[in-house]
Design a protein around this ligand. Structure first.
Ligand code: MN
Length: 193
């Protein structure tokens, strides 16, 4: 499984500025989500949601779309510590994930399925079932998003999709037009220097 153990094994905390420990969330009991823009070997977006004390994570090569017609490939990656939600900076050459990490969006979420289905549709059950529907309250992204597992090979293949609601917007294209960090206001280029 994709546990925090893998996160720690892949990294040398003497060399990377990334956080080592698991830390309490900053959001007073709400579940948090964060989307990192990560300029590693190839540019991608890391979509992470809090679950049971960790950040469950997917790498989304094209990033999220606000157009409900778009399906975006999302590859499951190792769980990250909650403290990672505050991380942005430069991971040095030679280290795992070397490149620049920017907090593209951040906020809280709630589980949409829990209220409308009588089966167990808690967030950890949703993860096991491969069907997650969450409502984001971010600075850039708002409204419903679905994550649906399409394959069990490693890494697990999922798709990320906007759910049709008042925040669906086919023209907005936030990945290309809203490029700055919600933490520092910087671009990747500005963080690198
Ligand atoms: Mn990444």
């Amino acid at each position: 499984m994709q546990t925090i153990k893998f996160y720690k094994e892949k990294r040398d905390f003497q060399k990377t500025p990334e956080p080592e420990g698991v830390e309490e969330p900053d959001y007073n009991g709400n579940n948090l989500f964060v989307i990192h823009k990560h300029d590693a070997r190839s540019l991608h977006y890391d979509f992470r949601i809090e679950m049971e004390g960790a950040l469950i994570s997917w790498a989304v090569p094209k990033g999220p779309s606000t157009n409900p017609e778009d399906t975006r490939l999302a590859l499951r990656t190792e769980d990250h510590p909650l403290k990672y939600a505050n991380f942005e900076g430069v991971i040095p050459e030679g280290e795992y994930g070397a490149g620049t990490v920017l907090i593209w969006d951040r906020g809280t979420y709630h589980n949409i399925r829990a209220g409308k289905e009588k089966d167990d549709a808690g967030i950890s059950a949703s993860l096991k079932q491969g069907k997650i529907e969450i409502y984001l309250e971010g600075e850039k992204l708002k409204g419903g998003f679905a994550l649906i597992r399409t394959g069990n090979d490693q890494p697990e293949k999922w798709i990320l999709k906007k759910i049709k609601d008042e925040y669906a917007d086919a023209r907005r294209k936030p990945v290309s037009t809203e490029v700055k960090s919600v933490k520092s206001g910087k671009t990747l280029e500005e963080l690198r220097n």
